[in-house]
Design a protein around this ligand. Structure first.
Ligand code: ADP
Length: 401
């Protein structure tokens, strides 16, 4: 069975075609800068093999329909990995926000589209792009089942004390204002992988998963169910991210309105696009930050310290939430590659039984790697995430009932 996974954003479409027989990636690609003067498409055949073949093109890509049509021509055309569109059995769509109603992977029909439209106010940066992707995919593949897999799904098991904000209750009743949590597909995938490598049943596994990429979030899973997470009603709350602030005092909006005449849109943009690592030191890629620290850049060092301190604070609080912790797992771009961030994020937690082996921590691995010492009572692991494969598996499961 071949499953196409689509992650359609406001100006980009990321895709991967899986052969679910052996879960290999047949091809993958990225359409970028949709709607700009010049767009681009990068397409890779058999990207996870040594014989990977890459195609790139640049041309105006005015909308999602043109972008998707270009991609489909490469997937199914003359040089395509499948001969005909009909070989694609299902399409899985990544959806950032499913609100309170959409939490199971679900077959797309008009009512699902309507529900996603309804919750646009909860995810104005993401859901419109997803809807554009779904609409084009439905018109290009009218007979192929399409499934939506929500980033918010894994966190639907949070108890009310973790998901409610201490706000007037009417806001929850009227607008469903509550903690939703994001990166759920990634947290779920690495939490299950961790249970597997540690050798415990997921239903009896307590784990803190630390997803550190451009976006950063942390989730506490108790007995196989998410019980708390750092992101909130939007993916802004919690950890320090590439350009997002994470936690700030909610009085900031009013203060900046009074003192700098900023509108709520101005503050929102600043917190999402101009804050985080970038706000503190002007750089949002951790590799650039390390290079700058090596040259003595003090703001870069501050950015690293602020991010890793926040990570440590959240790990400590989630240890308190869980009581017994079997494992802490680092994942995503920074979590998988950056031994300094990992080391600093668990520094000082030795008294809670968290000890990492510096030498192993410095190793690079594309497979799960245990970086804690043998006498650490909490196992610390680096586990590569694979959200696309997780979406392809969910899509296949929906099809198989
Ligand atoms: P996204 O959240 O967009 O999926 P990724 O998980 O791919 O992002 O993470 C991207 C980030 O990972 C980059 O911005 C960079 O900060 C960081 N990163 C990638 N490779 C490395 C590396 N080798 N060392 C340190 N940081 C890295």
């Amino acid at each position: 069975m071949k499953v196409l996974v689509i992650n359609s954003g406001s100006s980009s479409i990321k895709y991967q075609l899986f052969d679910m027989g052996d879960e290999s990636v047949l091809c993958s690609g990225l359409v970028e800068r949709i709607g700009e003067e010049v767009g681009s498409l990068t397409h890779k055949i058999a990207p996870d093999t040594d014989a990977a073949d890459k195609l790139a093109l640049e041309q105006p890509i005015p909308d999602h329909e043109v972008g998707m049509t270009l991609a489909i021509d490469l997937i199914c055309g003359e040089r395509g990995v499948v001969k005909d569109k009909s070989e694609i059995a299902a399409i899985g769509h990544r959806i950032v926000h499913g609100g309170e109603k959409l939490h199971q992977p679900t077959l797309v029909d008009d009512s699902v589209v309507e529900e996603l439209e309804k919750i646009i106010p909860l995810a104005p940066l993401h859901n419109p792009g997803h809807l554009a992707g779904i609409s084009v995919a439905r018109s290009l593949f009218p007979d192929v089942p399409q499934v939506v897999v929500m980033d918010t799904a894994y966190h639907q098991t949070l108890p009310p004390e973790a998901y409610m904000y201490a706000l007037p209750y009417e806001l929850y009743d009227e607008l469903r204002i509550r903690r939703y949590g994001f990166h759920g597909t990634s947290h779920c995938y690495v939490a299950k992988e961790a249970a597997r490598v540690v050798g415990k049943s997921f239903e009896e596994f307590n784990v803190i998963t630390v997803h550190l990429g451009n976006g950063c979030s942390m989730t506490a899973t108790k007995n196989g169910k998410a019980v708390d997470t750092s992101m909130g009603i939007t993916p802004l709350e919690g950890l320090v991210m590439g350009t997002r602030s994470g936690d700030v005092d909610p009085a900031l909006h009013a203060l900046l309105a009074r003192t700098k005449n900023m509108t709520s849109e101005d503050v929102d943009r600043m917190l999402n696009k101009e804050s985080g690592l970038k706000g503190l030191c002007g750089m949002n890629d951790m590799r650039d930050i390390h290079a700058a620290i090596a040259k003595g850049d003090e703001k870069a060092k501050l950015a690293l310290d602020v991010q890793t301190y926040r990570n440590r604070k959240y790990i400590g609080s989630f240890m308190a939430v869980l009581g017994t912790v079997d494992a802490i797992v680092f994942t995503a771009g920074i979590g998988e590659n950056d031994n300094i961030v990992r080391r600093e994020s668990v520094k000082g937690l030795e008294c809670f039984g968290v000890k990492i082996d510096e030498e192993i921590n410095a190793q690079r691995a594309s497979e799960p790697l245990k970086i804690s010492t043998d006498d650490s009572s909490v196992a610390v692991w680096v586990i590569p995430t694979n959200e696309e494969l997780a979406i392809a598996r969910e899509t296949k499961d929906v099809l198989n009932g």
